[in-house]
Design a protein around this ligand. Sequence first.
Ligand code: ZN
Length: 408
Amino acid sequence: MNKLQLKRYAKLLAKAGVNVQRGQWVIVSAGLDQPEFVEWVVEELYRAGAGKVTVEWSHQPVTKLKYKYEKEEVLANVMKWEIERMEAYTKELPAMLHIISEDPDGLAGVDQEKLTHARIGRMKVLKPYNDEMENKYQWCIAAVPGKAWAKKVFPEMQVGRAVEALWDAILKASRADGPDPVREWARHNDEIGGRCDYLNRLGLVALEYKAGNGTDFRVGLIPDGIFAGGGETTLKGRYFNPNIPTEEIFTSPKAGDAEGIVYATKPLSYQGELIEDFSVRFEGGKVVEVRAKKNQHLLEKMISMDEGACMLGECALIADDSPINNAGILFYNTLFDENASCHLALGRGFTNLVKGFESMTQEEIHAKGVNDSMIHVDFMIGCKDMEITGVTARGERVAIFKNGNWAF
Ligand code: ZN
């Protein structure tokens, strides 16, 4: 891979990604797959003004051994020094840069139940610190290729070539293949921001989806709901990009208000297996029927996880003509795959997408119609001939998508 381009990508993560401030502490988490790239990122962080950079290395095969051999109570235990570390984080608010490269199948065979219990145990202790830091620091998730991940995406290639091909796909998808990715991201965020403003001004109460594959579906929106996308701002006003790449503009629809049928346009990777060629039918806001050519039972299990699992938590709008979709690759990683196409999510909605959420309790937010559930599973429904129409409170109809792309 072209070293100059990778250095531009490293700069993108330091600047547009976490937007490191002068003197700020930055924590970088990374696997062992691309140590040289991590070195360049660290250098870009210092050059952009970081006062201190800490790299936390991990290695998925070792993580897997930990999950396999350590007892649940050991995994669940939070040690005193970990609490002290969290206290330091809440006080100093370091920026967090997560560079992911994991094998999508790397934790296959791990006892999921043991892991879930251990995570819940740790969460109980750590949640107050995480809550305290919420919306106060910049963070960013971006990707670099690992060998196993590259082989999963490009199984027909020999490993070295597969890694190169995945680098190429990541840079293109992340809009980091041009001469000035930082500038490209400023432009990209402007475009997303403009579309969000327009959608929010419309005051939509419903979206209607239609496509030649049979999709014919209407979903109600929360009157105080917000469309969001692109970068975010900390409470102190620091703009950062939590996800690189990101293409979606999304909102939490009104739970319990959806009618009709949607056909998935990409397979859904769920609990390590693919659910393929499936449709979901809604009545009165709830899923009443699912059909799948492959793994229908998984889909059925998924929607019966809890009360909210059969209702919608997200509507995301993504142009068919986007770099990720144009690549035509299944990445086996949500950071990329959920940005390939218009999607819906079953399960939990976003509690920060209602006007005035800052001064509301979780109960009040859910009472507005934001769905609640243990799960949040995205599935792709976008396609070349998708038409989406917005309906306003006064019954006006506004074209949102035409022929798979933005209509405005
Ligand atoms: Zn999404």
